[in-house]
Design a protein around this ligand. Structure first.
Ligand code: NAD
Length: 544
């Protein structure tokens, strides 16, 4: 039994409560007057086809919208380019003002955003709220730190006093963003906000399943005062993403490693920059000194937030043998008590998977592991009684190394257990993957945990937390190593990726008739001798 309350409710036909079968959209009724202004924001023309999304809670149709043609994508980038030229000349403070207002507006209108996010993804409301909170954080951070991140820097010149060097940050131009469906508000804005702050324009191609949330983000930016043309949404699937890569000056791609490789290859041919936020097979080590009762709730959340459809969620638990029996028993009990549900409120712990493709992948990974001898400790079943794509939070033990679930990203509510007898083995197991996105270490001894963290080949490691503190530390870089990506978002790292640097060197000596040419004009060996003496003196003075 996974979730008695949900199963009983399903039997009585009352799961979720707020979702009326006649109105699968739930309480936020997507009537034409709500939908039409959002859909009208799509950069599309007549006759380029349509796409119909569905509500994962019920499988019922959600919205039909036009997709963008190749010409629509090209035209959107041209409009963005025109708008960007004016925007880049606006003071940083003015651009930061848009972000300040956006951050506040997202908090104030959160119920609209939460409903839309839930209806498009099927996630639990608390996972949807993480998106709202993240965007409020990111917007505030860049609004406050923007001027500092973008300010020009002075450096020592080649000849002290006679030369001056300044390095400026210039916007790249039009940034293309291609994003998946799992955190649609975060993915629409997390990279777009620093890009806009830096003076770029953004053209976003969201996953077709979560286009409405992206359009809501566009509307919110508009209401926050962003001038027209600077943030546009093109709609559709792979072809539209491919077309966008052909026109933009930088591509910020988030998605699977397989697609990331293709996007990076094309960006390489076009010689444009690419930021790649890709997949992971994240591990969490439970050391032998943990307080198991205190640790279990956080570790459950680390594995099953957003039904595991989170790039930084944990799919491999690596547990010290000395506490494995106690930990596994208590962990499994807590997993079995998670509440599943399709409610547009905070009653459910875990929501639905977002699509049939997600359900198929999760089912295939679990079935493959079972066929190879793994044991199910919790879950392992499709919960069609709750909704068409719900899958019970699942814990697998004795998973052979060749099983798909042991090596490939599942991106679902499935976690495996591996026992180790020392920290050394834990590090070896955690690093035994092509991915390097995120990891976590749980120990009472934070010094010990930090020593383990230093040896993990990942872009981020959390100690005594799953992913929330890492994600929420918006001043620090968040990005993957190995097959998990290139570049990073958050803090100065985003600005580095979304700007070009320009070095301006000034010869001040011309005022006194003392330029480099004056030196070279001395002729013969003299310039070399003077420079040799100067370079030796600079070395002795330890000038950098
Ligand atoms: P996906 O790669 O299939 O699709 C992502 C986006 O790329 C979609 O908008 C899709 O339409 C588009 N696309 C597909 N093929 C394309 C192509 N050839 N050229 C241009 N665009 C193309 O990803 P998915 O499976 O839908 O999403 C889940 C993946 O995203 C998981 O692997 C997850 O780990 C990853 N993810 C990573 C992060 C991160 O920050 N590292 C965040 C969220 C999700």
């Amino acid at each position: 039994m996974i979730d008695d309350a949900a199963a009983d409710a399903a039997a009585s036909g009352a799961v979720g409560g707020v979702l009326d079968p006649e109105h699968p959209q739930g309480t936020f009724v997507l009537e034409p007057e709500v939908m039409a202004p959002l859909v009208a924001r799509i950069a599309s023309s007549e006759g380029s086809g349509t796409h119909r999304s569905m509500c994962p809670f019920t499988g019922a149709p959600l919205v039909t919208f036009p997709v963008s043609s190749a010409e629509d994508v090209a035209a959107a980038v041209v409009r963005a380019r025109v708008a960007q030229r004016t925007w880049a000349r606006r003071p940083v403070r003015e651009r930061a003002g848009v972000l300040q207002r956006l951050g506040q507006l997202v908090l104030e209108r959160q119920s609209e955003a939460l409903d839309l996010i839930q209806l498009e993804t099927g996630k639990a409301r608390r996972a949807a709220f993480e998106e709202v909170a993240d965007i409020a954080q990111v917007a505030r951070h860049y609004a406050v730190r923007g001027e500092r991140y973008l300010s020009s820097r002075r450096h020592a010149g080649m000849i002290p006093l006679l030369t001056g060097v300044r390095v400026h940050r210039r916007p790249i131009g039009v940034v293309g963003a291609v994003t998946p469906w799992n955190y649609p508000l975060v993915l629409a804005l997390a990279e777009a906000l620093p890009a806009l702050l830096a003076g770029n324009a953004v053209v976003l191609k969201p996953d077709p399943q979560t286009t409405l949330t992206a359009l809501w983000a566009a509307e919110a930016l508009d209401d926050a005062g962003l001038p027209a043309g600077l943030f546009q949404v093109v709609a559709g699937g792979r072809e539209v993403g491919e077309e966008l890569v052909e026109h933009v000056d930088h591509i910020a791609f988030t998605g699977s490693t397989a697609t990331g490789r293709k996007v990076a290859a094309r960006a390489g041919e076009r010689l444009i920059g690419a930021t790649l936020e890709l997949g992971g097979k994240n591990a969490l080590y439970v050391a032998d000194d943990v307080d198991v009762d205190a640790a279990v709730p956080g570790i459950v959340r680390a594995c099953f937030a957003n039904a595991g459809q989170l790039c930084v969620s944990v799919e491999r638990l690596v547990v010290h043998e000395a506490i494995a029996d106690e930990f596994v028993a208590k962990f499994v009990r807590a997993v079995r008590s998670l509440r599943l549900g399709p409610a547009l409120d905070y009653t459910a712990d875990v929501g639905s998977l977002t699509s049939q493709a997600q359900l198929d992948k999760v089912t295939a990974h679990v079935d493959d592991a079972l066929a190879r001898g793994a044991r199910v400790l919790a879950g392992g079943v499709h919960r069609a009684d709750v909704g068409p794509y719900f899958y019970a939070p699942t814990v697998l033990d004795d998973v052979p190394a060749q099983a798909e679930v042991a090596r490939e990203e599942t991106f679902g509510p499935v976690v495996t257990i591996t026992r180790v007898d020392c920290d050394e083995d834990a590090v070896t197991v955690m690093n035994d993957t092509e991915y390097g996105l995120h990891a976590a270490v749980w120990s009472r001894d934070t010094g010990r945990a930090r020593r383990v963290a230093e040896r993990i080949e990942c872009g981020s490691v959390a100690i005594n937390d799953g992913y929330t503190l890492t994600w929420g530390s918006v001043a620090a870089p968040l990005g993957g190593w190995k097959a998990s990506g290139l570049g990073a978002r958050h803090g100065a790292a985003s600005i580095d990726g979304l700007t070009r640097q320009q070095t301006v060197v000034t010869s001040r000596g011309s005022r006194f008739g003392a330029t480099l040419d004056t030196l070279y004009g001395l002729g013969g060996e003299t310039p070399s001798r003077v420079l040799t003496t100067a370079l030796s003196a600079m070395r002795r003075l330890r000038m950098g």
